[in-house]
Design a protein around this ligand. Structure first.
Ligand code: SAM
Length: 194
């Protein structure tokens, strides 16, 4: 029997070696916890990475914007199950290491940018899917504008201590629907929406 898309993502995720995305604390790779990757940043908790990816409802032809490349762990999952990924990271060392790793892993559908991702990536918009992996205090207007009709965005919104993980859906007429998926704690998205 053919696997459903959800099962395909789950089984790829189970095989993904998290330690490959870590330069430090590799001994903690198997824990279902966020782990420091240096520069006061973390590689996200595996169960949350999977939950956020499934919520995004990736399609084979999706153009995806990711804000906060970090280690590239989430990026790999997005790239495996969509057409093209545009990923933005503000810390040069993380951006460079993630790019090296994902190129070494053979991904050819990822575009990397070193920049403040709170403004999105206007030149490449509209996006079918947007994944934000750092916390914002309010929904960034720039990202909403760059989400195409029928698009979906997963984003943690709230205070620095706790955020609601939100799924934002834009219908064909541009109307937004918001669903709260979970309560989470992410590092802040540095910039206008901190
Ligand atoms: N999903 C990533 C992983 O598993 O490795 C983790 C991402 S980490 C929780 C959040 C990332 O967002 C950090 O690498 C941080 O430097 C980045 N970040 C924070 N503010 C940013 C901004 N304004 N633009 C781009 N990246 C930003």
């Amino acid at each position: 029997m053919e696997k459903s898309r959800k099962e395909e993502i789950q089984s790829y995720f189970r095989e993904l070696d998290r330690s490959f995305f870590m330069d430090i604390h590799k001994e903690a790779a198997h824990l279902d916890e966020a782990v420091p990757i240096g520069y006061e940043q973390t590689i996200s908790q595996p169960s949350l990475v999977l939950e956020m990816t499934l919520a995004l409802d990736l399609q084979k032809d999706s153009s995806v914007l990711e804000i906060g490349t970090g280690s590239g762990f989430q990026t790999a999952l997005l790239a495996e199950f969509s057409k093209t990924v545009y990923t933005v990271e503000r810390i040069k060392e993380l951006h460079t290491r993630a790019k090296e790793r994902l190129q070494k892993a053979g991904f050819q559908n990822i575009h990397f940018k070193l920049d403040d991702g709170s403004m999105g990536w206007k030149e490449k918009a509209p996006f079918d899917r947007i994944m934000v992996t750092a916390a914002v205090s309010e929904l960034p207007k720039e990202l909403v504008d760059q989400l195409g009709p029928g698009g979906k965005m997963v984003i943690p919104i709230g205070s620095t201590l706790v955020q609601k993980l939100k799924l934002i859906e834009k219908n064909d007429k541009g109307k937004l629907t918001t669903t709260t998926l979970n309560y989470v704690r992410f590092v802040p998205l540095i910039g206008k929406y901190e």
